[in-house]
Design a protein around this ligand. Structure first.
Ligand code: NAD
Length: 251
């Protein structure tokens, strides 16, 4: 009998936002998902969840144990968890903020791949969630820009070093996405309607993206439909990075 194998997936940072949308999409499409976050992710019917810090060695060991015991094999690892709290310029970002940002956003994806390598089969895939903010920099966002820029090139290094094992490694680079955190920051600004328009106008499509639109691209990159795609950084940005400024608006 031809029995279709269940796809097993680990998603980090899956309690809310984009990670949550990724876990939901995989679950909807019949995958077996292990959702990981600092706080226990909300239950998805029939799915696994774990409270763990990807930036700690103990946390990663617990993720590996849960993946081994509950999934057995990990067909797709989605490195989505990120720390976005260290604001500041090259001159004033705090050392601890800088370190935490690199630990969570850059080092954890590397270390988690190492931790899970024995569970990743030939034909497996890693999808890293980078950002347009890892392709270009902004003022006063040195730590986050550096961590995501590092993750972009780590994706290429992983592509090369894991190809001999038959693994593919890609990244998505989202533009502004309407997560709880982004919407809260818009609402907290002095003029929320104007701030929202400013965000929208960064994109050629003149709107903010939906978490599900990122999830769909992650799903594709992790699937056999993308079997000859590896080492790619795919912007999910409504055309933001198609232009060198202002999404092509005449100045
Ligand atoms: P979010 O802050 O809403 O969610 C991130 C989740 O990761 C949170 O639930 C958080 O608890 C978890 N997390 C943070 N540190 C962790 C750790 N050490 N261990 C385990 N879990 C941890 O963020 P989001 O907007 O959904 O972003 C998801 C990913 O997409 C991130 O990698 C982010 O950098 C990227 N991204 C987001 C946007 C956007 O507009 N929202 C744009 C570009 C890229």
């Amino acid at each position: 009998t031809l029995e279709r194998m269940t796809v097993n997936v680990v998603v980090t940072g899956a309690a809310r936002g984009i990670g949550r949308a990724i876990a939901e999409l995989y679950a909807e499409r019949g995958a077996h998902v292990l959702s990981v976050d600092l706080t226990l992710p909300p239950a998805l019917k029939g799915q696994e969840r774990l409270k763990a810090d990807v930036a700690s060695r103990a946390g990663r060991a617990r993720i590996a144990r849960a993946a081994r015991e509950k999934l057995g094999r990990v067909d797709v690892l989605v490195n989505n968890a990120a720390y976005q709290g260290a604001h500041g310029s090259v001159l004033d970002v705090s050392e601890s903020g800088w370190q935490r940002t690199l630990d969570v956003n850059l080092s954890a994806p590397l270390m988690l791949v190492r931790e899970l390598i024995s569970l990743l089969p030939q034909g497996g895939a890693v999808v890293n969630v980078a950002s347009v903010q890892g392709l270009f920099a902004e003022q006063d966002n040195a730590a986050y820009n550096s961590s995501k820029g590092g993750l972009v090139n780590l994706t290429r290094a992983m592509c090369l070093d894991l190809a001999p094992r038959g693994l593919r490694v890609n990244a998505v680079a989202p533009g502004a996405i309407s997560t709880e955190a982004v919407m809260a920051s818009i609402d907290a600004s002095a003029d929320p309607a104007q701030t929202r328009r400013d965000y929208e106008d960064l994109h050629a499509l003149r709107r903010i993206g939906e978490p599900r639109e990122v999830a769909q691209a992650v799903y594709f990159l992790g699937s056999p439909e993308a079997s000859f795609i590896t080492g790619v950084i795919l912007p999910i940005d409504g055309g933001m990075t198609a232009s060198f400024m202002m999404a092509g608006r005449p100045v």
